[in-house]
Write a protein that binds this ligand. Structure first.
Ligand SMILES: [Zn+2]
Length: 127
């Protein structure tokens, strides 16, 4: 359950940060005419926030990988909790029940393509 929540967050996090930046840009543009120092403040807040967002994203990915590795060590699929024997040969492990493909590091297999488009998004938007 926690793994699926984390996966959902890491999938949509980059898009949410992008929209937050666009909203801040629109706000900064309108502040330019009303309160010019506010634009500068938003600019520096945005630059600092971007660094924090990247660090936060790395942290979320690391947490997701750690959860996946712990589940795999117990022979349980991190996504659907199906108990099964994980094949140890080959580079990717695939759950027979839900189709989740994972690398030994706990990372989702980027070569895996029969997942939902949202899952594909998380692998292409890696920072
Ligand atoms: Zn599964």
């Amino acid at each position: 359950m926690l793994y699926r929540v984390l996966r959902w967050i890491t999938t949509w996090y980059p898009l949410a940060v992008l929209w937050l930046c666009i909203a801040a840009m629109i706000l900064a543009f309108s502040l330019m005419f009303v309160f010019p120092p506010g634009t500068l403040l938003l600019l520096f807040l945005g630059l600092a926030g971007l660094g924090a967002a990247v660090i936060g994203f790395r942290g979320l990915q690391a947490m997701q990988r750690r959860l996946a590795r712990r589940s795999m060590a117990h022979g349980v699929c991190p996504s659907c909790k199906a108990r099964q024997q994980w094949p140890t040969a080959g580079e990717a492990w695939r759950c027979a029940a839900c189709g989740t493909a994972l690398l030994a590091s706990g990372e989702e297999d980027p070569a895996d393509e029969d997942r939902a488009p949202a899952a594909e998004h998380s692998t292409t938007s890696r920072v």
